[in-house]
Design a protein around this ligand. Sequence first.
Ligand code: CTP
Ligand code: CA
Length: 228
Amino acid sequence: IVAQFQPKVLAGQQVVVTAGPTFEALDPIRGITNHSSGKMGFAIARAAREAGAEVTLVAGPVHLPTPRGVARIDVQSAREMLEASQGAAQSASVFIATAAVADWRPASQSEQKIKKDGSGQVPVLHFVENPDILQSIAQGERARAGKLFCVGFAAESENLVAHAKAKRERKGIPLLVGNIGPLTFGQDHNSLLLVDAHGVRELPRAPKLALARELVTEIAARLPPGRA
Ligand code: CTP
Ligand code: CA
């Protein structure tokens, strides 16, 4: 069934994809998360596999089947996602960060369920910043040596082009993909903006799997030659 890519543009490549939201526990019952469905990341993992890559998908809590032939690592928190991603990236040649990682987590996690005390007093939550998975991998040895090609995603609610360009430079990555609004959580269609050192290109609205295949082709074309 894997007839999509002829030739297999990612043959010999090891690709790591992060996908979905993270879940940051507050107590054993509750936590902080977001509306990411994981669909775009799962579609990219599938497309990369179709293109001949060996694919590891590091997935936050989502309700999606694992694409055929893809190795999946399930995680909950940003810190778990960082650890799994760093492990998988050690031998990878492409890292694609599509996950909607929680930017902050509760500063402390209660071992027992936080209870109402009957007085009407509400709990006060304190947060700490989560590690930036993409940035830490993009600044790592392999990426800086040109052995690991890093791709980021960005969902913005305004000024997509300006924010996407700034984010690409801040993260130190060759390619950043913007989700062209409106926010497409859970939907099967999307349109993407590719931002690289040369400028900006749009992939017009299409099913997420079709976009994922186009993106895989774009990534393959940017890899250094002769590494497969
Ligand atoms: N990302 C990550 N780890 C984080 C935050 C973000 O790996 N802790 C990755 C995302 O997977 C995405 C890219 O960084 O590929 C951009 O994420 P985004 O949330 O748009 O950017 P932030 O740097 O978190 O900035 P902000 O949310 O303030 O726009
Ligand atoms: Ca963020």
